[in-house]
Design a protein around this ligand. Structure first.
Ligand code: HXC
Length: 515
């Protein structure tokens, strides 16, 4: 047989993956094969496959007689919206998509290339974990990948889709990457599965409740995006990539914007209710200023008291962070702090300007929060904002109280532009709480009727002094009060003059963020 014929024979075998029976067994509505996933993700005909004929080197447990070219993972280079990306997809029909020494080397080769040329790395995971027959060689393969995930962090964007099982230590590769996408009912991630948990702790739980898409998107915060099926997931990955630079040396991709930079948003004038405790959906403000009203929300279902996401302003991608008064009054708690901190650091690493929207009553009081370490978690958000050197613009919509005022990209954390709407209130705490602390003795000395009247008077006095933006304006902690309808113009102008911003940190190996 000629070499060419032999290559064709092997390629044909590689294309069959685990064979017709296993492929048939894997078919389910909305589920694509590994190759279909890659082809759907990438621009048409842009996939160039690498190492298609790689084979495992193991011989124990009958492996010597079961060599499948490609060895359960497809990978290569392609394009998304014309930009280079590297991708691998595990093929569950070949040894359960398990990671062998050989296919780990294949993934590492792609990761090394992605890092070398500064292009995003995308992993489509669908695997039973370390190939059991290969023992430590498979474990070493995982560790090789974890190392590369870590070295590439902050240099190239890394995206992971979980499109089947992802169990044991295997979860830690996606966990180190920047964004995790999961598919409803299809994806499962856990360090130890239901059976082991039942044996060790006697807890009964099914794999959906333990590690399904809803669990990780709503409760644990491990995942960032939830999709209805494979195609929806891959479409979401493409949309996200549209906001990201290929690497940390590039600016995010700018697009021509049809939405005029000077467009006013009259609806924003009445968005913030006059009463301080009345909720509203802050996303209306973000969408109101964004090009074409588009906001790509991230971790939409986790800690909804803080909204994070990407948008464009005059075609420039930006990261948006906003307290959400529609949920828990927009309070900062442990989960919201973690969510915000990681996002701020991502934006800072990848040159995405940060627009912060403030309406926050403070940090959430409570025994559970204190014992859970709100001090440590809240400090992450503070640290992330203080450390960030990208252009930073803050808009205070209503409340900016207490420590949360400092944390939410206040002027004191090197924020470049601090705007306020006329409804802004900046104070150590809300009027009711402050009056109770300051005038407790005075109020206790009065009878009930006189106490209520005096308390009301004190609250009004406090509000007149603090519940406004003037004290901060007089000190330059706010740069200007702006009309809500003109916020888009102000943000776009600010980003323009900030585009060549230079700021640095003192020389150091790295900071010690309170993890
Ligand atoms: C080798 C594996 C495999 C593995 C599955 N297969 N997992 N082969 N190594 N890890 C094979 C099966 O033998 C089977 O082969 C085929 O893949 C499909 O598996 P099924 O069990 O039939 O499929 P299903 O019922 O859908 O169950 C999927 C599964 C289950 C839940 C993933 O296979 C499973 O529990 N696998 C083991 C998971 C695990 O514990 N992995 C180790 C995690 S620890 P045939 O020939 O019958 O088709 C880990 C350490 C990482 O990964 C280390 C990092 C530090």
């Amino acid at each position: 047989m000629s070499h060419q014929a032999e290559i064709e024979r092997r390629k044909k075998r590689a294309a069959q993956g685990g064979g017709a029976a296993r492929q048939a067994a894997r078919q389910a509505p909305g589920r694509l094969s590994a190759r279909e996933r890659i082809e759907f993700l990438l621009d048409d005909s842009s996939f160039e496959e690498w190492d298609q004929l790689i084979e495992h080197r193991a011989t124990a447990f009958g492996l010597a007689h079961q060599r499948i070219p490609g060895d359960g993972v497809l990978g290569g280079v392609g394009r998304v919206e014309g930009r280079t990306v590297f991708v691998f997809a595990q093929d569950f029909t070949v040894f359960g998509g398990s990671l062998s020494e050989a296919n780990a080397a294949k993934i590492c080769k792609l990761m090394d290339a992605a890092l070398r040329v500064g292009a995003p790395m995308i992993g489509l995971n669908d695997s039973g974990g370390a190939r059991i027959q290969e023992g430590v060689a498979a474990l070493a393969g995982y560790a090789d990948i974890f190392l590369r995930n870590t070295l590439a962090s902050g240099v190239i964007p890394q995206l992971s889709a979980i499109l089947g099982p992802c169990a044991g230590g295997a979860v830690y590769s996606p966990a180190i990457t920047d964004f995790i996408f999961m598919v409803e009912r299809e994806s499962h991630m856990f360090v130890t599965g239901p059976d082991v948990i039942a044996a060790v702790t006697h807890e009964q739980v099914d794999k959906e409740a333990l590690g399904g898409a809803d669990t990780h998107n709503r409760l644990s915060g491990v995942a960032h995006f939830q999709a209805a099926d494979d195609r929806d997931c891959l479409r979401q990955m493409r949309a996200l990539l549209g906001y990201l630079p290929s690497n940390n040396q590039e600016d995010p991709p700018r697009r021509a914007a049809a939405d005029p930079a000077g467009r006013e948003a009259p609806a924003l004038e009445t968005l913030v209710p006059a009463a301080g405790h009345q909720p509203y959906d802050v996303r209306a403000a973000l969408r109101g200023v964004a090009d074409d009203g588009e906001l790509l929300e991230i971790q939409e279902h986790f800690a909804p008291n803080l909204v994070i996401g990407f948008a464009r302003l005059a075609g420039r991608p930006v990261g948006m962070v906003a307290n959400q008064p529609a949920h828990l009054a927009g309070v900062l708690d442990i989960d919201a702090s973690d969510k915000g901190a990681r996002f701020v650091r991502f934006c800072d690493a990848f040159n995405l300007p940060l627009i912060t929207w403030v309406d926050v009553p403070g940090f959430l009081p409570g025994v559970q929060q204190e014992l859970g370490g709100i001090i440590r978690h809240g400090a992450k958000l503070l640290f992330a904002y203080a450390e960030a050197t990208v252009p930073k613009i803050t808009v205070t919509l209503r409340k900016a109280y207490g420590g949360a005022y400092c944390v939410m990209a206040s002027k004191h954390l090197r924020t470049d532009l601090n705007y306020a709407w006329p409804t802004a209130e900046i104070a150590v705490m809300g009027a009711e709480g402050a009056v109770r602390v300051l005038y407790r003795k005075e109020l206790q000395a009065l009878d009930e009727a006189a106490r209520a009247a005096q308390e009301k008077a004190r609250i009004e006095e406090y509000r007149a002094h603090f519940a406004n933006p003037f004290v901060a304006l007089e000190r330059g902690y706010l740069d200007a009060v702006i009309a809500p309808r003109q916020t888009r113009q102000h943000l776009i102008r600010g980003l323009e003059w900030l585009q060549n911003k230079r700021a640095a940190l003192p020389p150091k190996k790295h900071g010690n963020i309170p993890l």
